[in-house]
Design a protein around this ligand. Structure first.
Ligand code: FES
Length: 200
């Protein structure tokens, strides 16, 4: 091989090596970026508690937030709404929520924290087959007999729930709507998905 040919080979080798080193360098830089998108971290973020400002939620109104890809309803019930809950006992399947899902502090008639009992925080997914019921604060859903005092109606197969998410007798839904963990950070801010160190 001539000297020129040897020089040319050396140059090709060096160019190839530089290109390879560049690739490794790029991969090295890319690692933290890829790591920041690991599925486990995304899943963790998706399951994180959600802070909600309810300062503009008027009595009788409902707002919806998303937590763990589920709709969570927050309802500001009136004193009348709360008083009417006890008139429904004979019409409900699980009055005391024995067979339903909620934290211990929401296992009561109003299914909410005692200190802020008017505020209902509830997963808006029907316990029958997972449809999302609709809020009927005043008018009764079609076909409902007399005595509607506000609640929720699932149009998929006709389950009805009161304003504490308790299912009416005869509905296909087997249990009351789910209450998630939550706590108040102050009078107008709720943290959905976390109830650690909360007392009332
Ligand atoms: S999914 Fe709600 S009644 Fe069937």
């Amino acid at each position: 091989m001539s000297e020129d040919a040897v020089d040319q080979d050396k140059r090709r080798f060096l160019v190839a090596l530089t290109a390879a080193t560049g690739t490794v360098g790029a991969a090295g830089i890319a690692v933290p970026f890829v790591k920041s998108m690991l599925p486990s971290e995304r899943a963790q973020a998706a399951g994180a508690p959600v802070e909600v400002d309810i300062s503009k939620l008027q009595p009788g109104e409902l707002m919806i937030v998303e937590w763990r890809k589920k709709p969570v309803w927050i309802v500001n019930r009136t004193d009348q709404n709360l008083a009417e809950l006890s008139s429904l006992d004979s019409k409900l399947t699980d009055i005391t929520s024995k067979g339903s899902k909620q934290p211990e502090y929401a296992k009561n008639e109003h299914r909410s924290r005692e200190a802020q009992k008017n505020v209902l925080v509830m997963v808006g997914i029907c316990t029958h087959l997972g449809c999302s019921p609709k809020h009927f604060p005043d008018l009764a859903p079609a076909g409902f007999e007399d005595g509607w005092v506000g609640g929720f109606y699932c149009p998929c197969h006709g389950s009805t729930f009161d304003l504490a998410g308790r299912v009416y007798k005869g509905a296909p839904a087997p249990s009351n709507l789910e209450i998630p963990k939550y706590k108040f950070l102050n009078d107008t801010t709720i943290l959905v998905g976390d109830d650690s160190e909360a007392t009332a």
